[in-house]
Each structure stands twice: as structure tokens, then as C-alpha cells.
Ligand binder design. Sequence first.
Ligand SMILES: [Zn+2]
Ligand SMILES: [Zn+2]
Length: 358
Amino acid sequence: RALPQVAEVLLSGPTKTSVRTHEGLQVDLRVLEPARWGTALQYFTGSQAHNIHLRALALERGLSLSEYALKREDGTEVLCATEEEVYAALGLPLIPPELREDRGEIEAALEGRLPDLIELEDLRGDLHFHTTWSDGHQSLLEMAQAAQARGLEYALVADHSYSLGVARGLTTERLREQRAEIEEVNRRMGSTFRLLAGVEVEVRADGTLDFPDEVLAELDLVVAAVHSGLRQGREQVTARMLAAIRNPHVDIIAHPTGRLIGEREGADLDMEAIFRAAAETGAVLEIIAHPRRLDLCDVHVRRAIELGVKLAIGSDAHDVNGFGVLPFGVATARRGWATTEDVINTWNVRRLLKWVAR
Ligand SMILES: [Zn+2]
Ligand SMILES: [Zn+2]
């Protein structure tokens, strides 16, 4: 109650206290012996579905699992100070928290085929950001320096193309002028960082792109995006997306569904058709990292990987702080079982460019 954040104490006792903050969040405080920390952390991490499955597995092994301990049939307890010990007592390796959804992770753990999940440190580059050449707030040089300060080795310039009028999109002429400045920045940055020349090209209402093939062919990588007509019928909006995926100059499809969490549903796309086309052509699907977007979402990431689709994590940074959202993209990739082999911006720039040029 003495804490300034606390609005109300809901419950208070020697081992359990619950409060509500001024923002309306409920916070539960539990006090327990260090020797029981593993079972408690595992229990409260969830998910419920994962824990139900885990308890059933424990019963098969003659153990009952609770937040306090594993209990043998004779009533004696197995205390677990860490989560590793909980899983080990059930004959399992530690299952990363992001996978605990009862979507096959327990079976995979039993069979020794849990994925080696991507980590934030694995990201070598960002594949989507904006500058003052369209609707970004900082210059190419400032953005390059900010990306390098985040530990990145490369970043793909993806300013908007002209038919997205609100964002002062690039014409062919200005795209070529920007290319000269990108080369100038790369000279200044030296050999430890590289800006890649790209664009976030509009997929128009009829499925064609803002630039002809010969202009797109001049770029290192091309990101294509649908920003308008997201409410078109399923067949029409899916056909637009498929046309972009099948364009041989398109490398990455940005924020595929266009959802805004809590505000706007994604387009009514036939995702299965999109994943199959992307797997066939090698088009990469983006996980946009902004916490309001996370698009592809975790469930889509998982399915895309199952079908052999490659992924790119993009910040869509519009200012130097915008690269800070990348951890949310990595978290979404992890929830979708992604490894470094699945996410092309964990690769070094040489491998990346070789792969897109194939
Ligand atoms: Zn976009
Ligand atoms: Zn963008």
C-alpha cells in the first residue's frame, strides 16, 4: 500500500498478496522457499493448456505436479528450484516458455526435436526502415549510424513508392537519386556496416506494382506491401498478394495481413495459398516487429516454416529509436518455432545477397 503505483490491496497474507495498480493491472506477489521456485515459475508461466498436458504426463510417471512440488504416490515431495529440474523430473529437456502452448512442444521434447530457437543476438541486419526520403524522420546517415549502434551489420532502406501519396512516396527519379546518397553513406560508414538499397513498393489495387521490372532490378532487395484496399474480398485481395509474391523482383512481402492489434483486423487472405506460393517462389514473408502489428503472427510463422517459407524480421523504423522494436519481432519468431535458418536477416550480408540473387 505504501507503493505509489498501488491503488488497492485485494488480498494480503504471509505468502500471497494481490494489488491493483492505478492503471488497472492486477499484480500478485507470492513468497515461497527458493527450493520450490522452479515449480512455481513453471506453473505461473503457463499456458494452461501446456500445464494440463504436463500434469497428465507427470501422472503417467506416478507424480502429481503442482505449483509447490512434484509429489510421489507415497506422498513424498520432489522439490524443484529451477524449471530445468521440473522438466528433467518428467524426462524432458527444458521447453522454452514461448513454446508452451500445447501445440506439439511436449511431443517434440519427448522425441528430442525441439527447435533451436532464434535469439535477438542472432539478428545481423534489419530489412525494413524509412528515412526522410519518404515518411521517415531521419536521414540515411543517421539511420545507418543508429542501426550500427544497435549492433547490426546491415539495414535495408525501404522507403515508400509514389502511389502511397500520404507518405510522399518515391518516384523512379527520386529512387535513383536516393541510390547515390546510399552509396555516399556506405563510403562514410566503411566496411563494418552496409546500407542495402531497396524500396517498399506499393502493390496497387489491381495487383501491379508502382515500379516496372527494370527499376526494381536495380535494387539490392525489393519489399512489396499492400496498404490500400485491405477490405477487398478474399479472392481479390489474395490474388493481389499472390501477384506480388510471383513477381520475380519481389524479395520480401511486408506485414502480410496488414493487421493493427486492437484496431484493425488483417485482410481476409487465403494464408495457406500465400504460404504455398511463397514456398514455391522463394518470396520471403515479413514479421513486422512493432508491438501493435506483429504480422505475421506466431501461428502464421509456424505454418509458414512448416511449408518451407523463409522469414524476415523488419523494424519498419521511421526514426532512430524505431530499431528498438526488433526484440518483439524475435519474440514472435520464437513463438512460431523459428530458427536462424528460417530468418534471412540472421545471415551475413554476403549469404543474404547470394540467396536473393539465386
Ligand atoms: Zn508498410
Ligand atoms: Zn514501412
